[in-house]
Design a protein around this ligand. Structure first.
Ligand code: 5AD
Length: 338
C-alpha cells in the first residue's frame, strides 16, 4: 500500500477498500498514516494538547450493556454516588492543577439529575471551568436544561455503527443514541462521540463504517477506544481490542474530520505502556487526568480492575515526550472553549 499516494488524493477520494487497508496498516505504512494525521492536526492549528480533569461521579447505571461492569444487573459491584460538596472540592483541585475543563462521567440513571442541578452552575460560574458531561442518555429537554445551567459539552459514544451488534450488546436502539447526540447539539452543546474497537462479533468492515459514521456526524470531539474485558460481564473472557487498529482509527478520524478534539484514552495505556503516547503520535490532542478519589475509582469499572489511572504528571510527561505542549488555559478568568 502506498500511503503517500492515497494521501495526495485526500480522504474524500479514498475507496472503502483503501480505508479498510489503512485500518490494518502496520510498520512503515502505519508510520506514514500517523504522519498524515499529525500533519492534519498541525495544519489545523491543533497541536496543543487539551487537558481535561475527569470526576467519575457515580457508578449507578440503569443500563445492561454487555461490555460494562457498571451494568445494572451486576450484583458484585458496590454502588456509589459522590456528594456535591465532594465534587466541588475535586473541581477545586482540577482548577489548582491549571486545567480548564472538568468532565463529569457516570453510569446512566435519572437519579443523577439532582446532583447535576446542584453542581453544574457552581462549576461554571464560581470555578470558571468548562463543563463536559458523559452521563448517558436523557430526554430531549434535559440537554437544553443543562446547557442553560452552564454545561458546554456532552459526550455520547455511538460505540459501534453495527446496528445489530449495538442492539444485542446494549438492548437499546442505536438510532436513539444518534438522536441524543443531535438533541445535545441542537441544545447548543458541543458534542462528542466515538467507537470501541474489538467488540465481540465486530468486524473490521464495521470499524470502517465507524470512521464514515464519525465523518458524517461531524462532532466536536471523537474518540476511538480499545474494548477492555470487564469482570462480571458477559464479555469478561473476550480478548481486548487491538492497539494497532485503534491507533489507526484515531488517525483516520483525524484525517477524515480534521478539526475535532480527539482524546488519547487511558485504555490505550491499559493495553500497553506508552499507549497514550502512541495515541498522540496518531493524531490525538486531548488527555484526561483522573481526579476521582481512590475508593470510588476502584468501583468505576469500565476499564476493568487493572485500569491505568492517568495522573497529571503522567499526562504532562506523555505530552512532552510526544513533542507537544499542553494548551494554555486560565481557569477562572477565561473558561476554555472545549
Ligand atoms: N472497554 C472499553 N470501553 C468501555 N466503555 C465502557 N465499557 C468499556 C469497556 N469494557 C466506554 C464506552 C462508554 C464509555 C463511557 O466507556 O464507550 O461509552
Amino acid at each position: 500500500m502506498d500511503v503517500r499516494k492515497l494521501r495526495d488524493a485526500g480522504f474524500q477520494a479514498l475507496k472503502r477498500a483503501e480505508v479498510l487497508e489503512l485500518l490494518q496498516a502496520s510498520g512503515p505504512a502505519q508510520e506514514e498514516l500517523f504522519r498524515w494525521a499529525r500533519d492534519v492536526r498541525r495544519e489545523e492549528g491543533l497541536d496543543d494538547v487539551t487537558l481535561r480533569g475527569v470526576i467519575e461521579v457515580s457508578n449507578v447505571c440503569r443500563k445492561s450493556c454487555d461490555y460494562c461492569a457498571m451494568r445494572a444487573p451486576n450484583p458484585h459491584l458496590s454502588r456509589y454516588e459522590l456528594k456535591p460538596d465532594h465534587i466541588l472540592e475535586l473541581a477545586g483541585a482540577i482548577r489548582q492543577a491549571g486545567i480548564g475543563v472538568v468532565m463529569l462521567q457516570s453510569g446512566e440513571h435519572p437519579r443523577h439529575e439532582e446532583l447535576l442541578d446542584t453542581v453544574i452552575p457552581v462549576l461554571r460560574r464560581e470555578f470558571g471551568l468548562s463543563v463536559v458531561l458523559c452521563m448517558g442518555e436523557w430526554d430531549v429537554e434535559m440537554f437544553g436544561k443543562y446547557r442553560r445551567m452552564g454545561a458546554d459539552g456532552y459526550i455520547l459514544k455511538f460505540e459501534t455503527s453495527d446496528n445489530v451488534l449495538y442492539q444485542r450488546m446494549t438492548r437499546n436502539r442505536r438510532s436513539r443514541r444518534i438522536e441524543s447526540v443531535e438533541w445535545a447539539r441542537a441544545a447548543g452543546l458541543q458534542v462528542g462521540t466515538g467507537n470501541m474497537v474489538g467488540l465481540p462479533g465486530q468486524t473490521l468492515e464495521s470499524v470502517v463504517d465507524d470512521i464514515y459514521l464519525g465523518a458524517e456526524l461531524k462532532t466536536d470531539f471523537i474518540s476511538s477506544s480499545p474494548f477492555i474485558p470487564n469482570p462480571n460481564t458477559p464479555y469478561e473472557n473476550h480478548p481486548s481490542g487491538d492497539l494497532g487498529v485503534t491507533l489507526n482509527a484515531i488517525a483516520l478520524y483525524r484525517i477524515a474530520l480534521r478539526r475535532p478534539l480527539i482524546p488519547s484514552v487511558s485504555a490505550l495505556e491499559t493495553l500497553k505502556p506508552d499507549g497514550q503516547l502512541q495515541g498522540l503520535n496518531a493524531g490525538a490532542n486531548v488527555i484526561t487526568v483522573n481526579f476521582t478519589p481512590r475508593e470510588a475509582r476502584n468501583l468505576y469499572h469500565i476499564y476493568s480492575d487493572h485500569r491505568f489511572v492517568v495522573s497529571l504528571e503522567h499526562a504532562q510527561r506523555t505530552i512532552e515526550r510526544a513533542g507537544l505542549r499542553p494548551r494554555k488555559s486560565s481557569p477562572g478568568a477565561d473558561p476554555v472553549a472545549v
